[in-house]
Ligand binder design. Structure first.
Ligand code: NAD
Length: 329
């Protein structure tokens, strides 16, 4: 099997090349360009393409992949909101993903963001570097004894519930399905109850029509004053302009975002020398209680190894006609 690997970063190549030794029948060519309708034709002669969160796997892309004989899209990530699944099926292109490479990696990053916002670690770090040892602007609140509200209790949400429980927080959750593994220490409530009661709200549901802009002015107004909001799931779960409005209304003690609506062009790129002319992200960053990271929740050694292993196993399963739960329907 020949795979064209899009949007390659040095760490991708390192982890895949190391894992490839266990998969002798697979050959990978790495390119830096991301997958979109302009670059899809490069997959001519390949059986599969390997894509990531910011790849554009729309109908236009899939049509070209189909014409070039590609039969498989290997997503090296969990989310698949960037894939037109209906069209993939119509073009007889199988889509496979890596559903649970390291839920703890993302959940630990969510807690890191929550703590960093609460205790203004980014500000403290810079102050001390400037020999400013005053505590002005650094006051936070104890997580111990407070209420954590987790929206979406699948793999990552469940890991976040366990972390919050470990901090001595009372954990409440909202999900369309209740996770039986959490029944000993998580109380399921309605979304409105979660919004009204939580001191920390962390989003872990996927982006779908039903969750698009789940957090907008109406839902923000239902939250407690002084809440901390963390999003490590997908940017469009939060309507950015309403979030900015909520921050201006002093609703939040802190906001930690690993994902945000405008991120697609930024993800994993160094744009430090560019002038961002129309950026709501820049507006978000102007607030002292907001911390943004660039979709790095997954970025641990363990997660990268697991991603490479599962992606290559997916390729092998497809090749041998084995039914796999990692196939996205
Ligand atoms: P999962 O499928 O295991 O869990 C998702 C949960 O959300 C499920 O329990 C599901 O029932 C629930 N859900 C579905 N619709 C809902 C709704 N309307 N309201 C509330 N809950 C709902 O997924 P996961 O592995 O835990 O990943 C969650 C998300 O995290 C992914 O969809 C992906 O977007 C994101 N993610 C981010 C990173 C990162 O680096 N920041 C890495 C991996 C995944």
């Amino acid at each position: 099997m020949k795979i064209l690997f899009y949007d390659t970063k040095s760490y991708d190549k390192e982890s895949f090349e190391a894992t490839l030794k266990k998969f002798p029948g697979i050959q990978i060519d790495y390119i830096r360009s991301d997958l979109d309708p302009r670059t899809a034709a490069l997959a001519d002669g390949f059986d599969a393409v390997c894509a990531f969160v910011s790849s554009n796997v729309s109908e236009a892309t899939l049509k070209i992949l189909h014409e070039k004989g590609v039969r498989l899209v290997l997503l090296r990530c969990a989310g698949y909101n960037n894939v037109d699944l209906e069209k993939a099926a119509a073009y007889d292109i199988c889509v496979m993903r890596v559903p649970g490479y390291s839920p703890e990696a993302v959940a630990e990053h969510a807690m890191a963001l929550a703590l960093a916002c609460n205790r203004r670690l980014y500000k403290a770090y810079n102050k001390v570097r400037e020999n400013d040892f005053s505590l002005a602007g650094l006051m936070g609140f104890n997580f111990y004894g407070k209420i954590a509200g987790i929206i979406g209790t699948g793999r990552i949400g469940a890991a976040m519930c366990r972390i919050c429980n470990g901090f001595g927080m009372k954990v409440i959750a909202y999900d369309v399905y209740e996770n039986p593994d959490l029944k000993d220490f998580v109380t399921y409530v309605t979304l409105d109850e979660l919004l009204a009661q939580s001191d920390l709200i962390s989003l872990h549901c996927p982006l779908m029509d039903s969750t698009y802009h789940l957090i907008q002015l109406d839902t923000i107004k239902k939250m407690k004053d002084g809440v901390i909001l963390v999003n490590t799931s997908r940017g469009a779960l939060v309507k950015t302009e309403d979030l900015i409005e909520g921050i201006r209304l002093h609703k939040f003690a802190g906001v930690g975002l690993d994902v945000y609506e405008e991120e697609t062009k930024n993800v994993f790129e160094d744009r430090s020398d560019e002038i961002l002319e129309h950026s709501t992200t820049a507006r978000l960053l102007s607030f002292p209680n907001v911390m943004i990271t660039s979709h790095q929740g997954f970025f641990t050694k363990e997660a990268l190894e697991a991603i490479a292993e599962t992606t290559l196993q997916n390729a092998l399963d497809f090749e041998s006609g084995k039914k796999s739960p990692n196939q996205v329907q």
